[in-house]
Design a protein around this ligand. Sequence first.
Ligand code: ZN
Length: 242
Amino acid sequence: MRYMIFSDIHGNLDALERVIEEIDMLRPDMIVCLGDVVGYGANPRECVEIVEEYTHIRIGGNHDLATIGLTDSSDFNLAAKRSISWTERTLDPSHREMLERYASMKRYNRCIFAHATPISPLSWEYIYTVSQARNIFKNFREKFIFIGHTHVPGIIAYEQNNPCTVVRDSMVTTKPESRYLVNVGSVGQPRDGDPRASYAIYDNKTGLVRLYRVEYNIKETQDRMMRCGLPIRLIARLERGL
Ligand code: ZN
């Protein structure tokens, strides 16, 4: 079975459409969205609808839940708060109902799918370090933990004699005795210095996990955001991928 996993679309329709186009080529059996479908970007309605149509598992992110009032957004920065209230006004009740149904995390077939830390999903802890990853591995037995939230893609391996190492490649042939934490990065607002949309493919037959990047029309996305009056800081950061 082949999984396509993506996260953090943030209302960026051009980037999401480019990732969805890849489905024809990669033919995944299962498509998983790890949350933050809305917030920051100009097309939250279309993104919620596309995610509803194409994905099999949907996890709620902090921006999704803040938009429908189900998580506290008081620690969001000013630009994020402004975009959340704009998103709130833009969505219909039907979109809100879709967001309400997103899971806080999901266990499926030796995998865990979560937005941030699966240990306590609603704490929204950002997972950046090997010691945080080690703590997650200790709390679960599943072979794969797929997360998003930081907008920085990466793979950490937990091996028996060499606990927790960062995989220095965008691709790994997984070993039967090892376990993996995979951050799938962000479709709509990457923050690792590469502005291209990010997603992951995991094939449980070959054992291959691969992080992909795909270019999209950033200029068009910025023009859309400009027309919606969204904060300049959010518009400018897209072309730098930071
Ligand atoms: Zn996010």
